[in-house]
Structure formats: C-alpha cells, structure tokens
Write a protein that binds this ligand. Sequence first.
Ligand code: GLY
Length: 370
Amino acid sequence: MTQTVHVPLGDRAYDVRIGFGLLKRAGAEIAPLLHRSRVAVVTDETVGAAHLDTLRQGLAAEGIDMVSLALPPGESTKGWPQFERTVEWLLEQRIERRDVVIALGGGVIGDLVGFAAAVLRRGVRFVQIPSSLLAQVDSSVGGKTGINAPQGKNLIGAFHQPALVLADIGLLNTLPPRDLLAGYGEVVKYGLLGDAAFFDWLERNGPALADGDADARAYAVKRSVEMKAEIVVRDETEQGDRALLNLGHTFCHALEKVTGYSARLLHGEGVAIGCALAFELSSRLGLCSQEDPSRVRAHLRDMKMKTDLADIEGDLPDADVLLDHMGQDKKVIDGQLRFILAKGIGQAFVTSDVPRDAVRSLLQDALAQR
Ligand code: GLY
C-alpha cells in the first residue's frame, strides 16, 4: 500500500509517496505534473545500472519518453565539474521551463540535480526518487539542494522544493547493509529529537527493519518523513527550528572532516556517533538523565552500528583539533557554536549556551576510550 505525506508549503506544496513498486508506477505518479510526455533523468552509474530500466518501463507505460544521464557514483561527484556537466546536458536536451527533471539516486544525486533544477532557466520542477534510506528519510524532503565547495560541504546551493518525492521502499533491498545502517542513523535521529514513542518503536523493531522487514521499513520512512515535513513547514529556510534536524551533526561534520569524507566514516555513521555524543553532553550539563545517553548507545550497539569514537578506525586528532573543526561548521553564528541538546529522548532543543570546556572534556574522555 502506498502512503502519502503531504508537505503543505503553499504554492510549493508537494506529496511524498512511500510504498513498494513506485518506480514501476512512476509514469502514473508523474504524468499529472507534465506538460509534454518527456522527462530528463539524472542518476549515478550504480543506481542507474540497478534501476534505470525499471523507471524507463514505468514511464513508457504512460507514454512518457525519457532521456538519461548517469554520473559517477560518490561524494566527489557533488562539485562544480559534474554540476556544470549536468546543467549543460539538460540544456542540450532542450529541457524547458515547464518540463520536469528527475533525480534518481541517493543524497549526492538528489542534492546536485535539485540544485541544477533550481538554476536551470531560473528554475524548473524536479522529482526526487531517492534510492538510499538516508535520502528517503532526509535529503529528498525539504528542498535543501546544492554541491560542495573546496572550502566545505554543501556551501553552494539553494532552497528548491521538489514537486514530488517517490520513496520506493523496494529500492532499499539493493543497498549494501552498511549503507542501510548508515541511513538508519538519520532515522534514529528523528526519534531522539522529537518523538520518544518512535524511539521506543525503533528499539523494538530496528533489528527487524535492518533484516529486511518491509513493513517496518515503510513505517520508519513514513514517520521520519512526517517529522521532517512538520519541521520544514515550520521553518523552511532554517531560521530556527529546522536546526533540530542537525542533532548530532556538529560532531559528525568534524569527524567527517578529520576522516577525509572517506569510507572510514559514512555520514549516517557520523550522525549516530554525534547523537550519542550530544546526549552524553546533555547529561553532563544536567539537562537529561544519565540513563538517556546509555539508552541511545545501547540501541546503536544493538543495531551493530558505530556508536563511539573508538569505532572509527585509524588515528583521530586531539580534542582541540576536533573543536576547531566544529567551529568551522556552517551552522556557527557570530563565532558561537550552536548545539542541538536534549532534555530527554524526544526532547531536543537548539542552544549556543554550551561551555567550550564541557565539549573539550567530553571529547577528551571519548578519545581516551579508543
Ligand atoms: N538535512 C537537514 C535538513 O534538511 O535541514
């Protein structure tokens, strides 16, 4: 059964459709958006090899032609060269203002193609077909699009909401287990930031979800998307509450930076470790009980996920270097580090009022356990 989460953003409102076989039915889902029976699809070579034929057939079933471009897989695609290639390819394909561009892939493709759609002819509509768990629960919804700069990740971009998101749960079956679990880091984040009952549910159902339980996957994606949609509608351009979605991310960005954005640490793994650190910090500051960080860590361990700095292979720099990298996060305002802390599971809040020494000693202790 397909479920729908509506994102009510006025004239930029859209639906997130969640279910099985959506790729096969993409033609029927997308047809109402089209002024002519032709779309441009951008994917990466790995996702394209697995899913492009199904999408082509799904579109053809409704008489929709498709042209496609497959970019190299991986984070390094998300920069100027492949962005330029994509925009110029879309122009060569004569994609017009009223046409629709489809992003078929994970977060890299969704962000890059969304940004290309934002600037092409001053903005064309685009459809997200997220293929990873991380993209289904986070990056495909909410309209953050962009690419990386040599100076840092996601520093060039635009808010450009998709016209439709098709989250086909069946696509998760082709994900390597490590990628699925990394995406699960973002799912846990939603429970931790705003819904204790969802975290309880994840404690009970997370292992089945990881083992392939389709209903559990569909529910987790739907609940995550509902929570994201609610926050995005309150604060589309991140003037306030949307920062809650960055629970664990200030730590994560520093860890990603010092591990070179490499396979040593996937983004969702860094988010999971970052969430555990954010709860430990909250507990040390007397904001939540000592049981809360233990419970967060126990669940991540139960899921066989990276939980502590000790789970990151290879050397890590000392606490001051990590703190410096945290200070370069783009969420810093007037030089003040902003943290997402919690009064308990499901009760996160944004604050700049965190003593630097408390963060330093937290990191020193975490590093000492390696
Ligand atoms: N991934 C965080 C956000 O969309 O705001």
